[in-house]
Write a protein that binds this ligand. Structure first.
Ligand SMILES: C[S@@+](CC[C@H](N)C(=O)[O-])C[C@H]1O[C@@H](n2cnc3c(N)ncnc32)[C@H](O)[C@@H]1O
Length: 280
């Protein structure tokens, strides 16, 4: 029950993020941006940084790959880009809002599995199974075997996502599987890791942007709404604040205590690209 509530709130968070990101800042993707040297980390540049992230991943797709399963494809913008480059791409995504966007973008060119990866039913086999910032959402005890079962012999699994390091989990940004557990599981899996690239420094500035946007946009906006309610419906506001007092306290600690920073992210998380080949 708790997990399903968390899943719904994460999915709604992604939906709101996409509506605001697309409408205000021309953002097509649901992943963070990759901040190359010289690109000022600010929200108006995020679409450029997201584009850099896509280019980085594309540059690591092995030449023999022709068919791709994009797991947790978001709104399908990256899949569309791969289709335009000549790849045959299918998608997996459990979220109706995102699947509607994917269908609009990809039409009949791709099969869309409208379910969690853990529930996929197909006999298709791909050259590559790809996870762009979606690996962390999938059950770590199952995801590697499922990916292997969807690949042709010699196929690839590409993961670009963040993981928790061995430091205690004091990061204000939640999410990410434990890196040491992932490495252990990979050691017993049919895969061999052929590339492992640490891009934490290029990804950490996203957290400073999220933090700045929270402080400079969200907090003043919420405070204005609160003042409006205070003037119109003071009793209702008091009741709402009392009813949700624990959540409000938690949000204040999470968003306003200065722990949400790129520095904090780089201390407790590691953002990696793993290219793995199925060898058994
Ligand atoms: C942060 S978004 C990344 C979206 C996209 N890959 C991109 O780069 O823009 C995470 C995605 O994973 C999807 N997702 C969450 N749980 C999943 C699961 N169990 N199986 C497949 N996809 C899942 C979400 O619906 C969302 O599309």
């Amino acid at each position: 029950m708790k997990d399903s509530k968390r899943h719904i709130s994460r999915e709604i968070g992604l939906e709101i993020g996409h509506i605001l990101g697309k409408g205000l800042f021309k953002l097509d993707h649901l992943h963070y941006g990759m901040w190359k040297k010289g690109l000022e980390p600010e929200i108006l540049n995020l679409h450029i940084a997201q584009d850099e992230y896509c280019k980085f991943i594309i540059s690591h797709i092995p030449v023999e790959v022709k068919t791709v399963l994009d797991v947790g494809c978001g709104t399908g913008a990256f899949s569309k880009r791969l289709v335009d480059l000549g790849y045959k791409v299918d998608c997996v995504c459990p979220t109706p809002y995102q699947n509607k966007r994917v269908e609009e973008l990809l039409g009949k060119t791709s099969e869309i599995f409208k379910c969690k990866l853990e529930e996929i039913q197909t006999s298709k086999k791909y050259d590559m199974v790809m996870f762009c910032e979606s690996f962390q959402y999938i059950d770590l005890d199952r995801v590697i075997d499922i990916a292997a079962s969807l690949l042709k012999p010699g196929g690839y699994m590409l993961i670009c996502d963040f993981f928790k390091t061995q430091s205690p989990d004091l990061c204000a940004i939640k999410g990410g599987h434990k890196l040491d557990k992932f490495m252990n599981l990979m050691g017993q899996s049919p895969f061999r890791i052929i590339e492992d690239i640490d891009i934490t420094p290029e990804m950490a500035p996203n957290i400073d942007i999220v933090d700045r946007t929270t402080r400079e946009v969200m907090v003043p906006a919420i405070s204005a709404v609160e003042r409006f309610f205070q003037s119109q419906h003071p009793i209702v506001l008091k009741l709402i604040k009392w009813r949700y007092r624990k959540k409000i306290e938690k949000a204040e600690v999470k968003y306003l205590k200065g722990n949400r920073s790129g520095k904090n992210f780089a201390e407790f998380k590691t953002y990696r690209l793993f290219l793995c080949r199925k060898v058994k």
